[in-house]
Every structure is written in structure tokens, then in C-alpha cells.
Design a protein around this ligand. Structure first.
Ligand SMILES: [Zn+2]
Length: 214
């Protein structure tokens, strides 16, 4: 009887703990498929562009994006494939945020993902669904979700010092984190726009996180 009681107690404590933990995590897991071929593509990419192979990263920055198209589901589908419709190869992001603020973790946080030239070896990516026709249309719910998520990441990985938007990739070079071995490999970006980055900066700056002027 005593043994049963103890077992019940242990089960109760475990379930309370996992419930509390689930409540605290600011995302849901909806992992994309990761194949051996994707690992091989990561090896090729990291060796070529960073001069060494990365499968895991030590996160030093969070980079914020918009998807410029689609829905939560369709963007997950894009990242789920090795190829995207626009022909880019093996792109991914650790997080994807829907317009209602739903956050999906698409892969383990410190797994290498290709989302920004020059910083993938040290940056966690957050993609926000929106930015249609290049409009700054990300929602208040997305801003709140990004704030919660970045707080969570910064607490978990004190190595994170920088938060910047994809369009701030040139300014962010003062961090010393930028590495690109292929000359001329560069693309101009506007995501996720200065309004969204200002919103994040106003709520998160200080506290050991560095932002750049919008
Ligand atoms: Zn981007």
C-alpha cells in the first residue's frame, strides 16, 4: 500500500513538473524532417562558407526575419523540404511565428540552420509569417511572442549578446561574428523592418542584449 502511495506521489510530482515546464515554454514543437542528406548539405555549406564544419552552434545572436509569404503551415512546409520554391537549398530556421503569435520550434535550438548569410554558425533564427509585398505588417501578437521567445533564449543561452533584424546584417558586422569565405556572396534584405525591431529593442534592450539603431 505504502509503495503504491509513493509511486502515485512520484507520478503526481512528475506530471505537475512537466505541466509547469510545458506552461513556461513559449513555443510548441513541430519539428521539420531532418535527413542524412540535409546533414551532408550542412557539411558542404559550412565548410565552404565558414571554413569549418558545424552541425551544432554556440548561439551568440538571435536574427529576426519575416517570411514575405504564406501561412504558418505553408512556411513550415517550405522549411520541411530540402529545396524551397525559390530554388534556395536546405534553408531552415529554428523558430517560426504565426500571425496570431503561435510559435513553432522547427528544430533543436542549437542545430545549424541556414537563414542568414555570414551568421548561421552562431545565430538562432526566428521567422515571422508576414511582410507581404515588403509591407511592415507583422502583428502585435508576433511582437509579444518574439519578446517572450528571445527572453527564454537569452536566459537559456547567456552566450547570446546580439539581437538584430536580417536587414541589419551589415551593421551587425561590428559584433565580429560575421564570417563569409565566398567573395561576393551577399543578398540585400529588408526583413523584418525597422518598426518591428524598434518594438523588440524597446522591450528587450539592456539586460545584456545589444541591438542596433533601426
Ligand atoms: Zn530573412
Amino acid at each position: 500500500m505504502k509503495k503504491i502511495f509513493l509511486t502515485l506521489c512520484a507520478a503526481l510530482i512528475l506530471s505537475v513538473n512537466s505541466f509547469a515546464l510545458a506552461q513556461e515554454l513559449p513555443f510548441l514543437d513541430n519539428f521539420i524532417t531532418w535527413t542524412e542528406n540535409r546533414d551532408r548539405l550542412v557539411e558542404e555549406y559550412t565548410l565552404r562558407h565558414y571554413g569549418q564544419i558545424y552541425h551544432q552552434i554556440v548561439p551568440r545572436a538571435v536574427v529576426v526575419h519575416w517570411t514575405a509569404m504564406g501561412t504558418l503551415e505553408s512556411n513550415r512546409n517550405f522549411f520541411n523540404g530540402e529545396y524551397r520554391d525559390d530554388g534556395t537549398l536546405n534553408v531552415a530556421s529554428q523558430f517560426l511565428v504565426g500571425r496570431d503569435g503561435t510559435v513553432w520550434r522547427l528544430m533543436p535550438e542549437t542545430n545549424f540552420a541556414r537563414h542568414i548569410i555570414g551568421y548561421n554558425h552562431c545565430a538562432i533564427g526566428i521567422e515571422n509569417v508576414g511582410g507581404y509585398n515588403n509591407n511592415e505588417d507583422l502583428t502585435e501578437a508576433q511582437l509579444e511572442a518574439n519578446v517572450r521567445l528571445i527572453k527564454y533564449l537569452h536566459e537559456k543561452y547567456p552566450t547570446i549578446k546580439y539581437v538584430f533584424g536580417h536587414y541589419q546584417q551589415v551593421e551587425a558586422r561590428v559584433s565580429g561574428l560575421y564570417v563569409e569565405k565566398v567573395a561576393g556572396y551577399y543578398s540585400i534584405k529588408s526583413d523584418p523592418g525597422p518598426t518591428f525591431m524598434r518594438g523588440l529593442r524597446e522591450q528587450l534592450e539592456g539586460d545584456g542584449l545589444i541591438f542596433f539603431e533601426e
